[in-house]
Design a protein around this ligand. Structure first.
Ligand SMILES: Cc1cc2nc3c(=O)[nH]c(=O)nc-3n(C[C@H](O)[C@H](O)[C@H](O)COP(=O)(O)OP(=O)(O)OC[C@H]3O[C@@H](n4cnc5c(N)ncnc54)[C@H](O)[C@@H]3O)c2cc1C
Length: 298
């Protein structure tokens, strides 16, 4: 823990992989699972090239703070966020949306405004936000928006970046793999980044258990196959929600604007799916060879 991974390696002939820590220590394993996030250094190792992120055209202003410390519970314009436990409210404007929620029984507040951002992508994606810019976005809106935004002691302006779907999440020898945001970063409107990372982990645990130590590389090839299209579908759902909210017309309202909760996404048991699908998927790969994953039909 608290130690940086400096290098990844794998040795096909020995059937081993490993990492070298920044202090020089070399660690060997059957499989390296690189869960190193959206800026994943392991991604370059796995792909063999640097996959450059692209600006999404949007950024988020974001803040989270203690409700009582900032007087949210005392102001009649904002106290509705604290009175009845955790609540969630959203406002949609022209190419912009604002979400605010309370957690810990109404004691902690967070808000986020996704807004247009055409600035060029730099190495740093997160900056201190200027409150006057934030308030300008909601000028003329429901006054509860400005009231809540003004309560934040500070906020950040976070560029939303996108990656094209990676052609693969597994290295040449299938001994180093990318998982979670390293493999598939999500837009916030998916609300799925952490969920899909957890599903990745659960699925991987099952396939490794079923395959056993002798078939680690077959297991990870099957794992990628079991996960790839589902992850892409949930990424696309996030883009569709953003587009739906940002292209809203005056008068649009009702259930059509709700965050979708499709059964294929929310009613899915990743563990059960892995147990029931592993054998067929692994047999198919063992018989016909590994093929790069394909995108879901559009
Ligand atoms: C503002 C915001 C709101 C979000 N809201 C939601 C939500 O409501 N629901 C949801 O499902 N998801 C949400 N997400 C997405 C979710 O947080 C991510 O998808 C999730 O954290 C990804 O987990 P991960 O483990 O893949 O990567 P991360 O959580 O990014 O973890 C990667 C870790 O790897 C470490 N690391 C990187 N490089 C190295 C190295 N060389 N050596 C050692 N360690 C290294 C990093 O320090 C970090 O600790 C949100 C994200 C953001 C930014």
């Amino acid at each position: 823990m608290s130690t940086e991974v400096a290098e990844y390696w794998e040795d096909d002939s020995e059937g081993k992989a490993g990492i070298i820590l920044s202090g020089g220590e070399r660690i060997e394993a059957d499989l390296v699972v690189a869960a190193d996030g959206i800026r994943s250094p392991a991604r370059k190792y796995v792909l063999g090239y640097s996959d450059k992120p692209k600006p999404s055209g949007y950024a988020v202003y974001r803040a989270w703070f203690d409700a009582a410390e900032q007087g949210v519970d005392k102001d009649p314009m904002t106290s509705y966020m604290c009175k009845d436990g955790d609540v969630f409210h959203g406002w949609i404007g022209q190419d912009v949306h604002m979400l605010t929620s309370s957690s810990h029984g109404g004691k902690t507040i967070s808000w986020v405004i996704t807004h247009k951002d055409d600035t060029e992508l730099q190495d740093i994606w997160s900056f201190p936000g200027k409150m006057e810019d934030v308030l300008e976005v909601v000028k003329g809106w429901d006054p509860r928006c400005a009231a809540m935004l003004s309560k934040a002691p500070s906020c950040i302006d976070w560029k939303l970046i996108v990656h094209d779907p990676l052609p693969t999440w597994i290295s040449k020898s299938a001994r180093v793999i990318l998982i979670g945001d390293a493999a598939h970063p999500f837009l916030p409107t998916s609300v799925q980044g952490a969920s899909q990372a957890i599903e990745d982990g659960v699925t991987l645990a099952v396939v490794l258990q079923l395959a056993g130590k002798g078939q680690v590389t077959l297991a990870v090839k099957a794992w990628e196959n079991l996960r790839y299209q589902r992850v892409r579908k949930s990424q696309l759902m996030g883009e569709a929600v953003r587009d739906k909210w940002h292209r809203v017309k005056p008068g649009d309202r009702g259930e059509d604007l709700d965050m979708p909760r499709p059964e294929w996404l929310f009613g899915f048991d990743a563990e059960a799916h892995a147990y029931s699908s592993y054998e067929d998927t692994a047999n198919e790969i063992a018989q016909n060879g590994y093929r790069l994953p394909t995108l879901p039909p559009s």
